[in-house]
Design a protein around this ligand. Structure first.
Ligand SMILES: C[S@@+](CC[C@H](N)C(=O)[O-])C[C@H]1O[C@@H](n2cnc3c(N)ncnc32)[C@H](O)[C@@H]1O
Length: 466
């Protein structure tokens, strides 16, 4: 049987971006997803996957480059999956992200706000991340040029990011523009140290190797918190690496984890403190927050202040308000509002985060806040509301998956006067708020860009009880 001929589209005009960072054009009514194009490009492409409602294609040749194409700044841009839109004019990217929020409400919620407020773009496009996680691997990703050269490599050790779509291949990152020179020096220094001392890099298939992951966090004063993750319990190797880090870099809080599991997640692993302080302190809207090695904290500090400010303005607090902060993490949103309201109740399922939230309340002299650990689906019920008082304002900030539908229903039954819903995924936000349509008016919506050069966008909405 002969091979089926791959279809070529000679003139594909890209006009949009997809959530996974590909450009989108249309061909005979079907969406076509293509890597390496930007909106405004016109190109010849070859279809490699055909589905009923969409096609996936690869770029063959640009017929005409988009006027909004720009040069990417990062040396790893072509292959690293991190900052997909570095080669696309930022102001245009922001326009498209804002449009996505709006079409999401039209298509998924069938409901739109009375007012769309202007998107808040990111002021800083590089070095904006206060947390990055790198992977050590003995399976360095080879560029097409390296493969073609036929060269024999002495080793394939690397430390950097996974190549998009390849769980076992890691790009050897020498300079990541998402953090500063100090963070880059730590990662590069560790690579050199491990190679010099013949310490093994993690082997994902065999689940062994000394050097496994590196997590670097910072705060706006540029204090650093480092967690080195080892894939071996050999204390001699661990001490050697940790002493190197301690003696070679100015690290505010130095810690390590031994992770012998098959997967990289360290949320269930013990953090072992090594030297310096046990945590970082971050300032946000005039409050101080403690960040422990594993605590959740929004990753773009500068934009977080703007995001929270939109939420606080929307909530329009009164002295006698009872505020529920749902999915509260370490209490950051609620605590920035606590002094304006009568009482704050936060709920979050990570117990450490709840402890942090209570500690953060103390740190800021907040005495009217209580935080509870538990899954909202189980904890938010009539009894809970009876015990803590009916909220007049509910602030909601769930993970990307959005809210469980039972939680949305409970929120509807509670019937707070105002709901401020902050989301890092406008699609699930639209899905969730549709369930509140009969009981609430949809007053405002405002997007905030927390992740420049990516397709991600954060959005805040205000609902008011009918
Ligand atoms: C996007 S974060 C927001 C954290 C916090 N509001 C902030 O701005 O830092 C979402 C939080 O929801 C928590 N979470 C996820 N699912 C949950 C659930 N079913 N019940 C309670 N909390 C949950 C996560 O642990 C995480 O801290």
């Amino acid at each position: 049987m002969g091979k089926r001929k791959k279809i070529e589209i000679t003139e594909l005009h890209a006009e949009d971006i997809s959530s996974d960072g590909r450009a989108v054009g249309r061909n005979e009514g079907r969406a076509v997803f293509v890597k390496d194009m930007v909106p405004g490009d016109n190109a010849r492409v070859r279809v490699f996957r055909k589905r009923k409602s969409y096609l996936e294609a690869e770029l063959l040749e640009l017929n005409e480059a988009s006027p909004n194409r720009i040069e990417a700044k990062c040396e790893h841009f072509a292959h690293c999956g991190g900052c997909k839109w570095q080669n696309f004019e930022y102001s245009k990217l922001v326009e498209l992200k804002d449009r996505h929020v709006r079409t999401g409400f039209q298509k998924l919620a069938h409901w739109e706000p009375e007012v769309y407020e202007d998107i808040i773009p990111a002021a800083t496009h590089y070095r904006y991340r206060n947390k990055l996680e790198f992977t050590f691997s003995n399976r360095r990703w080879l560029s097409p040029e390296e493969i073609e050269s036929g060269e024999d490599f002495e080793h394939r050790n690397a430390v950097g990011f996974h190549v998009a779509g390849m769980f076992d291949k890691v790009i050897d990152v020498h300079k990541c523009l998402l953090q500063g020179d100090e963070e880059n020096a730590i990662r590069n220094g560790l690579r050199d140290f491990a190679l010099e001392h013949k310490l093994s890099f993690y082997d994902i298939r065999e689940n062994n190797g000394v050097m496994r992951n590196l997590i670097i966090r910072n705060n706006s004063s540029r204090d650093l918190l480092v967690i080195m993750v080892f894939g071996s319990e050999n204390q001699k190797d661990i001490d050697q690496v940790m002493n190197y880090l301690k003696d070679s870099f100015e690290i505010h809080s130095l810690n390590y984890i031994v992770n012998l599991k098959q997967n990289d997640s360290v949320s269930d692993q013990e953090v072992i403190y090594f030297s310096g302080e046990t945590h970082l302190i971050e300032d946000l809207l005039g409050m101080k927050f403690r960040i422990q090695p594993k605590s959740f904290f929004q990753t773009n500090q500068e934009q977080t202040s703007k995001l929270y400010q939109v939420g606080l303005d929307y909530a329009d607090f009164k002295e006698d308000d009872i505020l529920y902060d749902l999915y509260c993490g370490t209490g950051t949103i609620g605590l920035t509002a606590a002094k304006k309201v009568k009482k704050l109740i936060g709920v979050e399922y990570v117990e450490d985060a709840v402890e942090d939230a209570a500690e953060n309340a103390k740190l800021n002299g907040v005495t009217n806040a209580e935080f509870y650990a538990g899954d909202l689906k189980d904890i938010l019920n009539e009894e809970f509301v009876e015990k803590h008082g009916k909220p007049s304002v509910i602030m909601i900030d769930p993970p990307r998956a959005g809210m469980h539908k039972d939680v949305v229903e409970q929120v509807r039954l509670i019937g707070a006067d105002r709901i401020v819903y902050i989301s890092c995924n406008p699609s699930t936000q639209a899905r969730d708020i549709e369930l509140l349509k009969n009981d609430y008016n949809f007053l405002k919506s405002r997007a905030v860009d927390m992740f420049p050069q990516t397709s991600h966008i954060e959005n805040v909405v205000l609902l008011k009880k009918k």
